[in-house]
Ligand binder design. Structure first.
Ligand code: ADP
Length: 762
């Protein structure tokens, strides 16, 4: 047993006695008092009026941490927080006046400087004479209680703030009394002024007419003693002040008394107008989306962020002829063409992994079994918090378009091929005369690629002398939007200069707006040469005709003068002259006749009127006959016939002879330095061939084909000295061809020539 009270009155703790109450001795009283003091749950402390602690019980030690030994004799100020020291003065004042201080709530410090909430009851201690000599203090530790109170307060405060911030209105209804209490928020919500008296009918009068039934039902259900008493409804009110309609949510709970009557019905209301409107908007927009999605001409599907499709619009379902259940998840893949399905699935899985939309084309089976190409444009969709929510896609049947495109591509290719295969160059310009297209032919000619044309223009390919004139012509046509036509020379990639004719027309786009020029370039070099040959021919022909005519004219005048000056002696002397004159005239007339008949033949060939008088005849005999005729015309050349075989042909004897004459006269004409011409007649495999071989100037390889063309004469210094029209071989060749035969040449420049006529034997 420890001595805890060391005041003058109490020295030792006394055992607590529970015996029957009897008159106690002073000593027993003190012991009992000491026991009470020690067993008290409150700290019991006594002190002098100066504040010196005189007694200190166990509980005081437990509460404040000081032992009695430590604290007795020391100032009570030890326990008082500095800011509360003046409290002690006030207390002492009151004690001095003999007053008791009851349940004074304050704070005190423990030994380890913790602040405790304390309830103090202080009584003055008087001596036997009734003088106040000190104070007895009962200190109750109310820290926990205070903390609990503070907690409750805080909770209340929190609730109040929550209610205020959520604008939660609270209400209480006492059905038995018909009393209705609304919180300020609740009134605000209803637009009801603070002082307005409320009752149930006020409440029900302000429910929107359309929701009255619902509210009535809700209330009845809550107040039904057989139910749980729960109440949770959303309805519209008509506000008191502005008659505005607003959505609210009311939640509550009814409590029942012992008689199973609802005697208290409490709850909350909150304005949910904005949410409701948003919800409605959302509902509207979902409806709008559904209606739209179902009616757009595109096929729409949607998927979640898993692999599976979960929405297909009507257009899709109508197209595939299947229902949502069949299409759901990966069901739609069954309609995708087997060749495209793996690709589709792979693409979709990849997109899902990357969460990025994509575009793909695949064949989808239509309700009638036909696979149609569809374009599938898939985009990612996100939920309101921005998270990836899957894909939405619009697909369009592009089958017709695809086929159409293929056709266009095909026809483009065809056009390209045609254009490139064309012997004519093709070009296009824009409205500013800039090249936009040239075909392969032009590129081949010029060796300049399309891009270079687009950059620098087509004029670059023209020889410099022709550039300005051509360009001016084009600009002029372009300005008037008229046909453009121009002849110019180009320098080909191989360096050759070629004459070209370009013709172009303005073209218009589908809106009928002028879009530029499109045209062609034709290589007219050969035409130009032909023209040239024609000119040369005319010149030559007039010369050739003029020569015999001049000669005939001269001799006729001579003969006329001889005739005019007729006398026997003169006649005798003139007879040689007359003879030579007549011979010359006859020769010139023959020449003229041949010339004219060649010209006639030419025009007959051109008009397809070269008539043939077909008979069977011996070719060998004809050769002998013809050579005989030609021999008379040439004094310098011996014509040898080497006839190994002979045979008959079916043909025009005179025409074949004419062709032979042309070959023989050429052989003589083009071998002035030679003295012979060899003629061979051969038979081989039903073909009879006559070869005319000369030892003259020969023909260059490059001219060997062309010499059979009309008016073609080999150009060259030496060739110019030989008279001729360039039509003899043309006529011969035509004649031979009309007999299903061939006329060929073998020659080398300077080494003579062999012309061969081959005819089918009859
Ligand atoms: P031409 O009246 O000019 O002789 P042709 O049609 O008979 O006309 O001959 C055409 C061209 O062929 C001649 O201009 C000549 O250059 C060439 N030619 C024809 N035959 C021979 C030949 N035997 N030897 C060399 N050149 C020839």
């Amino acid at each position: 047993m420890q001595s805890t009270i060391t005041s003058g009155q109490l020295h030792e703790e006394q055992p607590y006695s529970t015996g029957p109450i009897k008159e106690l001795s002073q000593e027993e009283k003190l012991a009992l008092l000491a026991a009470i003091v020690e067993s008290s749950g409150d700290a019991i402390i006594s002190k002098t009026l100066e504040g010196i602690i005189t007694s200190w019980n166990n509980t005081a030690e437990r509460i404040f941490g000081y032992t009695a030994n430590e604290i007795i004799g020391r100032s009570i100020a030890l326990l008082i927080p500095p800011e509360r020291l003046n409290e002690e003065t006030t207390i002492i004042e009151r004690l001095k006046r003999g007053e008791r201080v009851e349940h004074f709530e304050t704070q005190r410090l423990t030994k380890d400087k913790r602040l405790l909430d304390i309830s103090l009851t202080i009584s003055p201690v008087k001596d036997s004479k009734g003088r106040i000599i000190g104070a007895s203090k009962i200190a109750r530790n109310i820290t926990e209680q205070k903390e609990a109170e503070r907690g409750i307060k805080e909770n209340e405060e929190r609730l109040r703030m929550a209610i205020e911030s959520t604008q939660l209105g609270t209400w209480e209804y006492f059905p038995l009394e018909g009393k209705l209490i609304w919180s300020e928020e609740c009134r605000k919500l209803y637009g009801a002024p603070k002082d307005l008296e409320l009752n149930y009918s006020f409440f029900s009068d302000h429910v929107h007419p359309d929701d009255k039934e619902l509210v009535q039902e809700g209330v009845s259900r809550a107040l039904d003693p057989g139910g749980e008493g729960n109440y949770d409804i959303q309805y519209r009110i008509l506000r008191y002040n502005d008659k505005q309609s607003r959505w609210i949510r009311a939640k509550g709970k009814a409590f029942f008394n012992a008689a199973q009557q609802a005697d208290r019905f409490i709850g909350t209301v909150v304005d949910i107008n904005d949410e409701k409107l948003r919800e409605q908007e959302l509902k509207d927009s979902v409806e709008l989306f559904t209606v739209m999605a179902n009616n757009v001409p595109a096929m729409i599907w949607m998927s979640g962020n898993d692999k599976f499709h979960d929405y297909f619009n009507n257009t899709w379902l109508e197209f595939t002829g299947r229902n949502v259940e069949q299409e759901k998840n990966e069901g739609w893949l069954q309609s995708v063409h087997p060749e495209d399905a793996p690709r589709c699935l792979e693409r979709f899985s990849k997109a899902l992994e990357e969460q990025v939309g994509f575009y793909s084309e695949y064949r989808l089976k239509r309700y009638d079994g036909e696979y149609r190409w569809v374009a599938d444009n898939t985009v990612s969709r996100y939920n309101p918090t921005g998270e990836f929510a899957g894909f939405i896609s619009a697909c369009i049947d592009i089958d017709d378009q695809k086929r159409f495109n293929e056709k266009i591509k095909e026809s483009e290719l065809l056009l390209k091929n045609i254009s490139n295969a064309s012997p004519v160059a093709l070009w296009m310009t824009d409205t500013d005369a800039q090249s936009t297209f040239v075909n392969e032919t032009w590129i081949e000619w010029t060796g300049i690629p399309l891009e270079a044309h687009v950059e620098s223009g087509w004029q670059e390919c023209l020889v410099e002398e022709d550039r300005t004139a051509t360009s001016n012509r084009f600009m002029d046509a372009l300005q008037k939007k008229e046909k453009f036509s121009s002849e110019f020379r180009i320098r080909r990639v191989d360096g050759e200069i070629r004459w070209c004719l370009s013709e172009g027309y303005p073209y218009y786009d589908i809106n009928n707006a002028f879009a530029g020029y499109a045209g062609s370039v034709t290589d007219i070099t050969e035409l130009k040469k032909m023209e040239q040959r024609k000119d040369d021919f005319i010149q030559m022909a007039s010369h050739e005709l003029k020569t015999p005519i001049t000669s005939i004219k001269g001799y006729v005048q001579l003969l006329l003068s001889i005739y005019n000056e007729w006398s026997d002696e003169k006649l005798v002397s003139a007879s040689t002259t007359v003879k030579t004159s007549l011979q010359t005239i006859s020769k010139q007339v023959a020449r003229l006749t041949r010339l004219v008949s060649e010209l006639l033949d030419l025009s007959r060939i051109e008009s397809g009127k070269l008539e043939m008088n077909m008979v069977e005849f011996d070719l060998g005999a004809l050769v002998v006959e013809t050579v005989e005729d030609v021999r008379h015309t040439s004094a310098h050349h011996i014509i040898n016939i080497h006839q190994q075989d002979s045979g008959t042909v079916f043909g025009d004897r005179d025409r074949i002879s004419q062709a032979l004459v042309n070959l023989l006269t050429n052989a003589i004409k083009y071998s002035p330095d030679a003295d012979k011409v060899d003629v061979y007649v051969e038979a081989d495999n039903n073909t009879l061939t006559v070869r005319v071989k000369d030892y003259g100037i020969g023909i260059d390889k490059k001219d060997q084909q062309k010499i059979f063309d009309r008016f073609y004469r080999v150009e060259g210094k030496s060739e110019q000295t030989y008279p001729g029209f360039g039509i003899g071989l043309f006529i011969a060749s035509e004649i031979v061809q009309r007999h299903n035969g061939s006329l060929t040449v073998e020659s080398e420049k300077g080494k003579g020539a062999v012309f061969s006529i081959s005819l089918p034997a009859s």
